[in-house]
Design a protein around this ligand. Structure first.
Ligand code: SF4
Length: 100
């Protein structure tokens, strides 16, 4: 005797699938738009273009960003691989990216 198999997905299952697909789409879009340092090594984003400020955004700050280049004195201004000019270790901007 054969048992009938239901092919009607539950609402919970559909919701979970929708959330998983949304998360995948978000990660793909973010990866596609993630900034990368210019090939010539010279930062080409202005501070105003990325909303740079000299204060951290909660636990996000330049000294914890993968693009930050610290000075020999860690409390002194350093540089950024993306943003032109001197960068405060306790600054922050819209393209902050944690260390991998
Ligand atoms: S937060 Fe912005 S300015 Fe600071 S190091 Fe990262 S990318 Fe550069």
């Amino acid at each position: 005797m054969r048992r009938a198999i239901s092919v009607h997905p539950s609402r919970r299952g559909l919701l979970g699938l929708g959330l998983a697909l949304s998360a995948l789409a978000w990660r793909s879009a973010r990866a596609a738009t993630a900034p990368t340092p210019p090939a010539d090594g010279i930062p080409n984003l202005s501070k105003s273009a990325v909303g740079y400020r000299d204060i951290p955004e909660r636990d996000k700050q330049c000294s914890h960003c993968r693009w930050f280049l610290a000075a020999s004195d860690p409390s002194a201004a350093g540089h950024c691989q993306l943003v032109a000019g001197e960068i405060s270790p306790s600054g922050w901007c819209d393209v902050w990216t944690p260390h991998a």
